[in-house]
Design a protein around this ligand. Structure first.
Ligand code: PNW
Length: 457
C-alpha cells in the first residue's frame, strides 16, 4: 500500500495545562474550577490533584528539548486562563503570560509549530462565581481573553483552538456532574453549550479583525452504532449521534441544532434567538477531531434524558478507560465529516489509549498494545486520506502520562512514563514507534501486520 501522508502532513502530540503543568497557583495565577474540584474530597479518584502533575511549569524547556528529540512537527498544548488573567478578566498577569511566551519561543527555536488551545476546561473560579458558562456575558469574557493572547502571541502561534470538546464541558460538567464544576442539572447544559459556541464565534471574529487564519474548535466524536437491529436501538443510536456528534457541529456549520435535542431535553430546551444561531454559524479554518472509540448503543427508556446507554462489548479489546479499541470508527468519522460538512480541513487533535503499562525494565517501558493502537489508527486515518478527506495533521494524546481528570493518575495515555518520585520522563516503546512514524512521514505505520483483534480494520 502506498503511504498517503503528504510531506507537509503535521505529526504531533497533545497535552493540556491542568493535566501536566502543576503549580496551578504559581506566579500570581488565579485558581480554576479544576483546582477547586480536585481539592474537593471525593471528586477525583484517590483525591489526587494537579498540584504537581508532570511539573511541566518548571520543566517546560527540557520538555521542549524532549519533543524535538522525538521529532514532533507540531505540539498541541493549552493555556491556563487564570495564569494569564487571574480574575478571568481585567489585569494581565505578566508572569503567567511570560511562561507561555517562553514555551512558544522554545518550540519555534526547535522547529516545532505551536498549536495553542485557549480553553481546556480550567475556567477561572472568579468567573465561575459570576455564573461561569451560564452567564450570557461569558462569550465576551472569552473573546477578551482570546484577544489578549492573539495580540501577545498571535504572530508566533500558527494554529489556535478556541475550546476543547465543548460537549465534555457541557455534559460531564453540567449534566452528569463527573467533571468540574460538577453540576447535575437538566436545564443548564443547553445554555452552557450555546454560550460555548458563541464564545468560539466571538473569538473567531476577533481573530479575523487581526487578519489571521488557522483557528478552529476541537470536538470529541464517536460513531454511534446500534447494539441490535431493533428499531428501539436504531432510534437510540440516532439520538446519541445527535447528542454527541451533531450538537456542536450542526450549530457551527448550519446555524441550527439537531431537532433530536429538543426532544432529549424536553422542557429544559429553550428557544434560542435566531440571531444568536446566525452568529454561531462560523466554519472556522479547520475542525479539530478528538477520536478514541465508538458508541455501541442500546435503548434504555429509563435513563434520562437520553433514553440510551453505551454498552461495553464483551468480545472487544478495551482500554483501561473501558473504551473499545475500534480503529475503523476513525475512518468512518472522517468520511462522515467530509460528507456531512462539505469536506472541511481537519486535524486529528487527539487520538490515543490508556493501558496499564509495566514499570521500566532496564530503562525501557514496553507498551505493545499502545503501539498497535496507534499503528491501527494511523492506518485508519490513511484510509480516509485516500478517499479525499482533507486531513492535515495528527496528534497523539498524550505526550506524557498525566492527570486524567476524575480518574487522577490511574489512567496512562502517554508516550512517556513520568516517574512520580523524581519526574523522570521515560520513553515507552510507543514513543520509539511514533518517532519512526514521524521520521518516515507515516511509512513506519505500514511495516508490521495489524494484529488479528476484533476491532482492528
Ligand atoms: C479528552 N467521552 O476527554 C480530553 O480532551 C483530554 O483532556 C483527556 O485526557 C482525553 O480525552 C482522555 O480522556 C474526553 O466521554 C473525555 O467520550 C470524555 C470523553 C471523550 C474525551
Amino acid at each position: 500500500m502506498a503511504v498517503p501522508f503528504p510531506d507537509d502532513f503535521l505529526w504531533g502530540a497533545a497535552t493540556s495545562a491542568y493535566q501536566i503543568e502543576g503549580a496551578p497557583l504559581a506566579d500570581g495565577a488565579g485558581p480554576s474550577i479544576w483546582h477547586r474540584f480536585a481539592h474537593t474530597p471525593g471528586r477525583v479518584a484517590g483525591n489526587e490533584t494537579g498540584d504537581l502533575a508532570c511539573d511541566h511549569y518548571h520543566r517546560a524547556l527540557d520538555d521542549v528539548a524532549l519533543m524535538a528529540e522525538l521529532g514532533l512537527d507540531v505540539y498541541r498544548f493549552s493555556l491556563a486562563w487564570g495564569r494569564v488573567l487571574p480574575e478571568g478578566r481585567g489585569a494581565v498577569n505578566r508572569r503567567g503570560l511570560d511562561f507561555y511566551a517562553r514555551l512558544v519561543d522554545a518550540l519555534l527555536e526547535h522547529d516545532i509549530q505551536p498549536m495553542a488551545t485557549l480553553y481546556h476546561w480550567d475556567l477561572p473560579v472568579a468567573l465561575h462565581e459570576r455564573g461561569g458558562w451560564l452567564n450570557p456575558d461569558s462569550p465576551h469574557w472569552f473573546a477578551d481573553y482570546a484577544e489578549t493572547l492573539f495580540r501577545a502571541l498571535g504572530d508566533r502561534v500558527p494554529f489556535w483552538i478556541t475550546i476543547n470538546e465543548p460537549w465534555v464541558v457541557t455534559v460531564p460538567g453540567y449534566l452528569d456532574g463527573q467533571l468540574a464544576p460538577g453540576h447535575r442539572d437538566l436545564f443548564e447544559p443547553p445554555r452552557v453549550a450555546h454560550h460555548l459556541l458563541l464564545a468560539h464565534a466571538e473569538a473567531v471574529a476577533v481573530y479575523r479583525t487581526l487578519g489571521r487564519q488557522q483557528i478552529g474548535l476541537a470536538v470529541n466524536l464517536e460513531p454511534q452504532h446500534p447494539a441490535s437491529p431493533s428499531p428501539a436501538d436504531l432510534e437510540a443510536s440516532r439520538r446519541r449521534d445527535a447528542f454527541i456528534n451533531r450538537w456542536f457541529l450542526d450549530a457551527l456549520m448550519f446555524g441550527r441544532y439537531p431537532e433530536e435535542l429538543a426532544d432529549i431535553f424536553g422542557p429544559a430546551w429553550p428557544e434560542f434567538p435566531a440571531k444568536s444561531l446566525e452568529q454561531i454559524r462560523c466554519r472556522g479554518d479547520f475542525v479539530g477531531v478528538n477520536y478514541y472509540s465508538r458508541g455501541l448503543v442500546r435503548a434504555a427508556p429509563d435513563v434520562a434524558p437520553l433514553g440510551a446507554v453505551r454498552l461495553t462489548p464483551s468480545d472487544a479489546e478495551l482500554t483501561t478507560m473501558g473504551w473499545e479499541v475500534y480503529p475503523k470508527g476513525l475512518t468512518e468519522t472522517l468520511l462522515w465529516l467530509r460528507d456531512r460538512y462539505a469536506n472541511p480541513p481537519l486535524y486529528i487533535t487527539e487520538n490515543g489509549a490508556a493501558f496499564d503499562d509495566p514499570p521500566p525494565r532496564n530503562g525501557r517501558v514496553e507498551d505493545p498494545r499502545r503501539v498497535a493502537y496507534l499503528r491501527a489508527h494511523i492506518r485508519a486515518a490513511a484510509k480516509a486520506l485516500e478517499q479525499g478527506v482533507d486531513l492535515r495533521g495528527y496528534c497523539v494524546w498524550s505526550l506524557f502520562d498525566n492527570f486524567e481528570w476524575a480518574e487522577g493518575y490511574s489512567k496512562c495515555f502517554g508516550l512517556y512514563q513520568v516517574d512520580p518520585s523524581d519526574q523522570t520522563r521515560r520513553p515507552k516503546a510507543s514513543a520509539r514507534f511514533y518517532r519512526e512514524v514521524m521520521a518516515s512521514r507515516g511509512a513506519a505505520a505500514f511495516q508490521e501486520p495489524t494484529p488479528p483483534t476484533a476491532g482492528y480494520a
